[in-house]
Design a protein around this ligand. Structure first.
Ligand code: SF4
Ligand code: SF4
Length: 157
């Protein structure tokens, strides 16, 4: 459960952001793009394939204690499985984790998190200033759409 952040806390961050579409957060290194049931449904509808096929072809289960969390796979070169031709191949249906970046809980809540993240993302600190309401809405969307999990058989946490 994510505790609500106050307007004042969010406003203090001076949240300027405009994606330069450099692609860095989609490519080059392994990472986790966790997906919710809603994400799987949206991607499946976009690709016109069954949800089970989306999970089988494009996702992997990541162990977390006694459960596994569902994340997108990577290509051999470590780009996201959906990165193609210089962009996201499922952009209109991309997961919530992607569409709500950089308004993520730990980036907004941890002291210095916003500034730290700006070193990894050239879009942070430029462009228009996002309102506290927009950031709060992003946090709420993530909270309302938890990552898909499954029980990990035979593993203790
Ligand atoms: S790293 Fe930042 S600027 Fe680059 S694609 Fe990702 S969100 Fe956009
Ligand atoms: S789903 Fe699309 S936006 Fe998200 S990491 Fe993969 S290529 Fe990037």
């Amino acid at each position: 459960m994510i505790a609500a952040m106050s307007d004042a806390e969010l406003q203090q961050l001076n949240m300027r952001f405009h994606c330069t579409q450099c692609g860095c957060c989609c490519r080059y290194e392994e990472g986790f793009v966790f997906v919710s049931t809603t994400d799987v449904k949206r991607i499946s509808q976009y690709l016109k394939i069954p949800r089970s096929e989306t999970i089988h072809q494009f996702c992997r289960w990541v162990p977390f204690g006694t459960v596994d969390h569902l994340s997108l796979r990577e290509q051999k070169n470590r780009d996201c499985v959906f990165w193609q031709d210089g962009g996201c191949g499922v952009y209109p249906a991309r997961p919530l984790q992607c569409r709500t970046y950089p308004f993520w809980n730990h980036i907004l809540r941890e002291p210095g998190g916003w500034e730290r993240e700006s070193r990894a993302c050239p879009g942070i600190g430029v462009g228009r200033r996002w309102s506290s309401g927009e950031a709060a809405a992003a946090l709420e969307q993530r909270e309302g759409n938890p990552v898909m999990i499954r029980r990990a058989e035979g593993r203790e946490g």
